[in-house]
Ligand binder design. Structure first.
Ligand code: ADP
Length: 580
């Protein structure tokens, strides 16, 4: 009972707790795997977005270079007047060129850009503020410059209370982890007029939405231009082409995923693989490109979205199997340790019982020996028959003592493994005769009916006669001790299958079912009330089995029909005389 409590407290409950923790870990696998994938792919989209942002600013540099070339040939005022024409076909194909004079005035309108200038006049001449996304040029070649971009984004993000803060137009799946944050655009416009927006730095990109259409202006204020700002409003088609060029240049592996650049309407401008059709607004991860292309996104889609779930399931089931295995190992280990402890405790208990049993067994014969010896010594018994009877009792009790002491000594020797047996070729029938004579007489006196049914001798065996004799004596003594009311003891000896068999049968209390093996264990004594009244050491059968085994034989126990028990000593027969 106590052991069960200890097992429960020390092994079972902690294992259950461990199992629970491990199960929880297993449950988190899906999230973990998804997070890993998000981190991995987010890095890809971040790189592409940064390249696109940088690519746009590189165009600004190209544009500046072109303007400075022109300023080498013409004065700023002259160039301003015919800028759209002078800028050249290559640039004109991409958009509309214009110039804004230092005071904020527009020069006499060229025909070709008249529409653009008219539509934007109020903004360009600083009469109207508009929502703009300015981005000044930084050193494009310097990769370290990507960092400040992030800082700026973080700043803008912190200003989430900014009234201009916009929602992103895609909802990446990683938003599951932090919906609000992921949904807010990191690109926020500011209210500004053209002059203010272009006041910082010498060149830049200015993006704004005019009637929901993205307008991207590259501008430059070259030092040799007396403060005139030259600009070009880039065509949507040209933008898309630039984006595609950069997209093709940046080598990002797209195994199992689709990489896309989405414009501000969330429709793909560039795509790899090109045949992919997805729910554009629900990418797996996405990164906003930045102020140069506001609300454009680099988005990544999984070609096989179930793949993640599948690998998560695989990991989970592996973990579960491992948990089950570990728990089984812990529990069975605990159980084994527990059982072993119980066995050892039982053994200790049996040894204690043994000591008290043996003391008792020693005391009883000693008391009667002493009593009868004293009676005889004092000459108080005159009847010669009584004297003979007393002497016989003294000798029987001494025999019992000898047997007990022999058993104990032999057992301890056998336990230590220090017995050496001198085996010789003998006729075991001849060895049985004196044993039977002594024991049967004693049994008869104790009121037993006895018989020995023997097959024709000789029974040749190679044996230590003393030890085997002790086995038979022990079996006969048990038949007497546990012989019950019936008081019948039979000895049978015969040959069968190359073995000699010597069986001792009684009609006594019998062996409890399930105890057939245990009775051979050292110190084991049946709890049966009938048996426990009988004094004993629990060593007789242990010794019998041990000695038989030393002779390559065994002792078998069988329950007799009609009650009682038969113990059979089985020994291999040696060959006929003359053989080895
Ligand atoms: P002991 O007799 O000294 O207790 P044994 O090793 O000879 O030790 O026997 C072990 C147990 O086996 C006994 O305590 C008894 O319960 C049981 N046993 C042995 N022989 C018999 C028998 N002939 N009939 C019934 N039970 C027996």
């Amino acid at each position: 009972m106590r052991m069960a409590a200890v097992f429960l407290a020390a092994v079972f409950v902690p294992s259950l707790f461990l199992g629970y923790l491990a199960l929880r870990t297993a449950g988190d696998q899906r999230v973990l795997i998804e997070q890993q994938a998000v981190a991995l792919y987010q890095n890809d989209t971040d790189i592409l977005a940064a390249s696109l942002d940088a690519g746009m600013l590189a165009r600004v540099q190209d544009f500046s270079t072109r303007v400075r070339e022109l300023l080498a040939q013409k004065s700023a005022t002259e160039l301003a007047r015919s800028f759209n024409a002078d800028v050249g076909n290559e640039w004109r194909r991409l958009g509309v060129g214009f110039a804004v004079l230092p005071g904020g005035d527009l020069p006499a309108t060229e025909k070709a850009n008249a529409d653009f200038v008219r539509a934007n006049a109020a903004f360009l001449t600083n009469r109207l503020e508009a929502e703009v996304y300015p981005s000044q040029n930084r050193s494009v070649s310097d990769a370290a410059e990507i960092e400040p971009t992030k800082d700026r984004k973080a700043e803008k993000l912190a200003a989430a209370s900014n009234p201009f803060t916009k929602q992103r137009n895609v909802a990446p799946q990683q938003a599951v982890l932090d919906v609000k944050r992921a949904q807010i655009s990191k690109v926020a416009p500011e209210m500004s007029d053209f002059q203010t927006a272009t006041s910082q730095g010498g060149e830049g990109v200015l993006a704004r939405f005019v009637r929901n259409e993205l307008e991207v202006i590259l501008w430059t204020r070259p030092p040799e231009g007396d403060g005139t700002v030259f600009g070009i409003a880039v065509d949507a088609r040209a933008l898309a082409t630039w984006v595609r060029e950069i997209f093709e240049r940046v080598a990002i592996p797209t195994d199992g995923v689709c990489l896309a650049v989405l414009n501000d309407r969330a429709s793909p401008v560039a795509l790899r693989p090109p045949e992919f059709v997805g729910e554009w607004k629900r990418p797996f991860v996405a990164t906003e490109i930045g102020d140069a292309l506001p609300h454009w996104e680099v988005a990544l889609y999984l070609l096989d979205p179930d793949q993640l779930a599948r690998s998560a399931r695989l990991v989970t089931s592996t973990i579960l199997a491992l948990i089950a295995l570990a728990l089984a190992a812990i529990l069975s280990g605990g159980l084994l340790v527990g059982l072993d402890a119980r066995r050892q405790m039982a053994q200790v208990r049996r040894k204690t019982d043994f000591v008290s049993n043996v003391s008792h067994e020693l005391k009883t014969p000693l008391t009667s020996i002493r009593m009868f010896a004293e009676l005889l010594r004092d000459g108080r018994v005159s009847d010669p028959e009584k004297r003979t009877q007393y002497l016989r009792i003294i000798s029987l009790e001494s025999e019992r003592l000898t047997r007990l002491i022999n058993n104990v000594l032999d057992f301890s020797r056998m336990d230590r493994g220090s017995v050496t047996r001198r085996r010789e070729r003998i006729d075991f029938h001849a060895a049985l005769v004196p044993i039977w004579e002594a024991q049967s007489e004693h049994l008869r006196e104790a009121g037993f009916t006895v018989e020995w049914v023997a097959e024709e001798p000789p029974y040749w065996v190679r044996a230590d006669v003393g030890a085997l004799g002790q086995v038979v004596v022990n079996l006969l003594a048990n038949a007497e001790k546990y012989g019950g009311e019936a008081k019948v003891v039979a000895l049978r000896s015969w040959r069968a299958d190359g073995d000699l068999r010597v069986a001792v049968s009684d009609r006594g209390i019998g062996i409890n079912p399930g105890e057939e093996r245990k009775i051979f264990e050292a110190f084991h004594r049946s709890d049966d009330s009938l048996a426990s009244d009988v004094p004993g050491s629990g060593l007789g059968l242990t010794l019998a089995a041990g000695i038989a085994a030393e002779h390559h034989g065994r002792v078998e126990v069988t329950r007799r029909s009609g009650g009682g028990t038969t113990f059979t000593l089985i020994l291999p027969l040696a060959g006929a005389e003359g053989e080895a």
